[in-house]
Design a protein around this ligand. Structure first.
Ligand code: ZN
Length: 87
């Protein structure tokens, strides 16, 4: 029996990177929040767990709403940046 695609869900996973250099001009405040947090904090300490949790959950919601797209053009750009020693 044919089923509509909407009747099924498939778990999806995506690896999302965040780089203080490459993403320093990213327009989303959720991205800037994570970069700022880890600029000020080398790691997440127990004293900072609530602040870190807020920043990271804001970022996770942003990523879920704006899933990363990576295509062959992005790969070519990354290869060229790597060859220039920028990665
Ligand atoms: Zn980078």
């Amino acid at each position: 029996m044919p089923t509509r695609n909407t009747e099924h869900s498939v778990p999806q996973y995506a690896t999302v990177t965040l780089c203080p250099n490459c993403d320093r001009h990213h327009p989303a405040p959720e991205v800037q929040g994570v970069i700022a947090y880890f600029t000020l904090n080398e790691h997440i300490s127990t004293d900072e767990i609530e602040g870190a949790g807020q920043v990271l959950s804001d970022w996770a919601r942003y990523v879920a709403a704006h899933p990363p797209v990576y295509n062959s053009d992005n790969l070519d750009e990354d290869i060229e940046a790597w060859a220039r020693g920028e990665m």
